[in-house]
Write a protein that binds this ligand. Structure first.
Ligand SMILES: [Zn+2]
Ligand SMILES: [Zn+2]
Length: 646
């Protein structure tokens, strides 16, 4: 006779075992309809799951994150069922939930086309109309392997063979279609009301390029049509801003198949922007009391043994290379190098804090399937820094880092943040005392900056607590860029010391921090944030001079030289083309200023100034124009409301 305790503390008693669906019906008909699953003492179960004992139960609906996940996962099953009904030779593999949706990988003899997607989606809608019940069955492992082999599903059989022997194998059936799955699932296909298939792509089985190429279908699913519509609108907005397309249109960067995946080539215009970012970053760091370092890209593997990377980080590292009977490792991180410089001399308490920054390029192994434009790459430059300080300096240093972080991110046009403080996990190095002190220092600094933050309890690294800062871009997406991490571990591993006032040896505290994250990824975010319309201080070409006829060639060249000598990025377009054509072309390259010169301008020593948004600023003398450009550059475009719509 189970007693069911609901989240509000109320209890319901039943005379016999009941299903989650029965309990939902007992609470009310609305909930009975909305119920997708149950959470029983923290464990997710199907609505058909029978409750025999006294337990805590929450009814999960599409309004919960877990409910949304169940909808997406169930829609992936629906997709697979539809595909196999339409294309019986397609084999199923995996169909996980991803951000905003799901995908399913099929082994199929050809690539699916956009027309296929339409037909598949129609079939899915048909299966929803049939409102097929979704039911769970348990099967012994060997029987399950035999079953899937028997129906020609060799990938599924392989997946089951990899499941640990003591785990239960559950199958989900809807109509005459069956899939291996842990569940839970929606009670029937009728619960799936709002979905759309979005794209197809090739994907290797298990993400490994030596395996077979599968056909991946992506889709999205939501609790209702309204949420789906809002999402598709966001997606359209994001596609318009895709940094891979804009990067190509504006000739900023490329990824070269001939060189390997995930390696970025910066073209001249992208490189100009990178130089501005880096110069700005360096200047701000020097002003904030940092020293700049340069360290090698490879080092003996033994260094990475000392740092612990070969133990804990191996899967992200490239394999070592051998030279003169020694193993060298391409660096996945910069930290140990800065530690070596620290250890090069005996340090005194008076030397601390030491703030060392490096634009350090690192190489990390990523599965080829995970690579994505500039956002996920294999070689990238971290805007890294390490601060070595005493315990009593932590709070001041964190505050100074937060100041620098917000001022640098703000200069790039990001003024909305969400901040999280991650605290001690169960397994951790360092004494309770130092964890408490350090965490308190982080809280103190966040409070001093007046920053709202969420607590990520237990989410810190084993070596120390951290603050993560996400920025919000022009269309409301959040990007994790900055991280500030305390480290009680590396100083221990490398036996770092300083001589205290009393002459005794102490361990310094190490702070790792990156503000932009990586230059490559940050550049991708900037491209999408500004939709390629960079503010003048970042624009690869700040102004372009356009002549009306070749009579103004010399005058145009003279202005170009004069403005270039003032450090401005100016080009001239003296092609024998119609002025309207030239204006249109450079506007589409988002050059902030278009300077038109005809006979009248040449005679009066002026230029006719237009902006890329089509605004006519009238005619200006060269001096006035230069002043205008310098003022715009100095403002970093932060007065330009076009670029930040909240
Ligand atoms: Zn499933
Ligand atoms: Zn580090």
């Amino acid at each position: 006779m189970p007693v069911i305790t609901l989240p509000d503390g109320s209890q319901k008693q039943f005379d016999e075992p009941v299903s989650v669906a029965d309990v939902a019906a007992e609470i009310g008909p609305g909930l009975a309809k909305a119920a997708l699953a149950g959470r029983v003492d923290g464990q997710l179960v199907d609505t058909a799951h029978v409750l025999e004992n006294d337990i805590n139960l929450a009814i999960v609906t599409g309004r919960d994150d877990e409910g949304l996940e169940i909808i997406r996962h169930s829609t992936a099953h629906l997709l697979a069922q539809a595909v196999q009904q339409l294309f019986p030779s397609a084999q199923v593999t995996i169909g996980p939930v991803i951000e905003d949706g799901f995908f399913y990988d099929f082994a199929f003899e050809r690539a699916f086309t956009p027309e296929d997607l339409e037909v598949i989606e129609k079939q899915m809608t048909e299966l929803v109309a049939q409102d097929l019940p979704v039911s769970r069955e348990v099967m012994p492992r060997d029987a399950a392997i035999e079953y899937f082999k028997g129906i020609g599903e060799h990938y599924k059989a392989e997946i089951i063979a990899d499941i640990p022997g003591d785990e239960e194998i559950s199958l989900y059936r809807q109509g005459d279609w069956v899939d291996l799955c842990r569940g839970p699932h929606v009670p029937s296909t009728g619960a799936l009301k709002a979905f759309k298939l979005t794209s197809v792509a090739g994907a290797y089985w298990r993400g490994d390029s030596s395996n077979a190429m599968l056909q991946r279908i992506y889709g999205t699913a939501w609790p209702d049509k309204k949420a789906l519509k809002a999402y598709l609108k966001r997606l359209e907005e994001a596609e318009k801003r895709d940094h891979r397309r804009i990067g190509k249109d504006l000739d900023l960067f490329s990824l070269q198949e001939a060189a390997g995946g995930g390696l970025v080539f910066w073209h001249p215009k992208g490189a100009r922007i990178r130089r501005v970012i880096e110069d700005f970053w360096r200047d701000r760091h020097v002003a904030a009391g940092y020293e700049l370092l340069y360290t090698p890209h490879i080092a003996l593997q033994s260094l990475w043994d000392t740092s612990g990377h070969t133990d804990f980080y191996r899967e992200s590292m490239y394999k070592p290379m051998e030279e003169e009977n020694q193993l060298y490792q391409l660096r996945p991180m910069n930290c140990p190098f800065h530690v070596l410089i620290y250890k090069h001399s005996l340090r005194s308490y008076r030397d601390l804090p030491m703030r060392w920054a490096e634009l350090g390029t690192v190489y990390r192994h990523e599965m080829s399937g995970a690579l994505h434009g500039l956002m996920r790459v294999r070689g990238f430059t971290q805007d890294d820094a390490h601060i070595f300080c005493r315990e009593d300096q932590i709070a001041d240093e964190i505050l100074a880092i937060l100041d620098l972080t917000l001022s640098i991110l703000g200069a790039f046009g990001f003024r909305e943040y969400s901040v999280a403080l991650a605290t001690r996990p169960d397994k951790a190095v360092g004494s309770d005392e130092i964890w408490e002190k350090a965490t308190a220092a982080l809280r103190e600094a966040l409070a001093a900056k007046g920053l709202d933050y969420s607590d990520d309890a237990g989410g810190g690294a084993f070596y120390g607590p951290k603050i993560d800062v996400k920025i919000r871009d022009a269309i409301g997406r959040e990007w994790q860029c900055s991280t500030i991490q305390l480290d009680f571990n590396l100083p221990e591993r490398f036996d770092m010391e300083y001589v205290a006032e009393d002459g005794a040896r102490h361990r310094p505290i190490m702070i790792h921090r990156a503000l932009l994250g990586s230059i490559e990824r940050f550049f991708g975010i900037l491209i999408e944030h500004y939709e390629g319309k960079f503010p003048t201080w970042l624009a690869p070409v700040q102004a372009v001079i356009l002549n009306i006829t070749d009579r103004q060639d010399d005058y145009a060249k003279q202005i170009e030289e004069s403005l270039r000598n003032q450090g401005l990025r100016i080009e001239s377009d003296l092609r024998n083309e119609k002025i309207g054509f030239k204006i249109r072309q450079h506007t589409l390259q988002w050059v902030p200023y278009l300077l038109v010169v005809g006979d009248r301008e040449a005679e009066s020593n002026t230029v006719a100034v237009r902006t890329r948004s089509g605004e006519d600023l009238g005619s200006m003398s060269i001096d006035d124009l230069a002043r205008h450009l310098h003022a715009d550059i100095a403002s970093r475009g932060l007065n330009d409301l076009n670029t930040m719509e909240d």
